[in-house]
Ligand binder design. Structure first.
Ligand code: SAM
Length: 269
């Protein structure tokens, strides 16, 4: 799809690419084809595409399966896809709609919702997802413990899925061109390598300690005493014996983080 063609379709639909909806459209058919190929769609697979936009991925998805679902927030684009590909599109916010039960997810994600939508995807029971992200966000997804990109989203990803780098996509491959390059990442779901006693509690404590990445785990927890519903001095006493207390959260493996969460779970606060 040449930028000229994209402009003319958008003009015909009466829309200007909206920053609020992260509307940057992929130009390269070659990248679109490779992205869909990487999904390894087989004929029985139920596939979800989030934000089909002008349908550059949609065409290749529909070549492989007729069991696909589309969620597009922009009603003009949803109508365009329905007409062009003779499919039904759920015209809604992918963060608000009930998440469909699918095997494979393919999307050039709206970048402003990368974090929330990735958490929804990870928790959804998917098998495989081939997702394009802004490079900076993708770096967080594939980060290793100890790197400055290792963050809360890395922990969530590590909990639910393996991540594999597929390819880098320069910003010039989009119209309009965004400020930064992109990356395609493959997520393959698998059993969590740890079994926290309470998953919600695990992610709550992870959120608290990663919101103070530069502090030691002990100090991060102490700064959140209020949220934990306990006074600081009382918490300090209860944290006596906390494993990895003097480490920073981003240096710890999933197993070590789970040791911390288990300890907090057991101190009765
Ligand atoms: N798939 C197209 C492509 O590769 O050219 C468009 C990708 S563009 C980065 C993101 C798409 O997601 C746009 O079509 C936009 O309208 C849609 N979108 C934005 N926010 C959304 C949301 N919350 N739920 C569903 N779709 C959304």
């Amino acid at each position: 799809m040449e930028p000229g063609e994209i402009k003319s379709i958008l003009g015909g639909l009466g829309i200007k690419p909206s920053k609020r909806y992260s509307q940057n459209f992929l130009i390269s058919e070659d990248i679109a084809r490779k992205q869909v190929e990487a999904a390894g769609i087989e004929s029985g697979d139920r596939v979800l595409e989030i934000g089909p936009g002008l349908g550059i991925l949609t065409r290749y998805i529909l070549e492989r399966t007729d069991n696909a679902i589309f969620i597009e927030k922009d009603p003009h684009l949803a109508g365009y896809i329905e007409k062009k590909y003779k499919v039904d599109v759920i015209c809604d916010d992918a963060l608000a709609v009930e998440f469909p039960d699918v095997d494979i997810i393919v999307a050039n994600l709206p970048y402003h919702i990368s974090s929330e939508i990735t958490l929804r995807i990870l928790e959804s029971g998917f098998k495989r997802a081939i997702l394009m992200y802004q490079k900076e966000f993708a770096d967080h997804l594939i980060a290793q413990p100890g790197s400055r990109d290792y963050s809360r989203i890395t922990v969530a990803r590590e909990f639910y899925a393996d991540a594999e780098f597929i390819m880098k996509v320069p910003k010039s491959m989009y119209h309009p061109s965004p400020k930064v390059d992109s990356m395609i990442i493959k997520l393959s779901s698998r059993e969590p390598p740890i079994t926290p006693r309470d998953k919600d509690h695990f992610f709550k404590i992870i959120r608290l300690i990663f919101s103070h990445k530069k502090r030691t785990v002990r100090n991060a927890l102490l700064s959140e005493a209020g949220i934990l519903g306990i006074s600081k001095p009382e918490l300090r006493d209860k944290l006596e014996g906390l494993p990895h207390a003097d480490e920073r959260a981003f240096k710890l493996t999933l197993e070590e983080l789970n040791d911390i969460v288990e300890f907090v779970y057991n101190i009765d606060i």
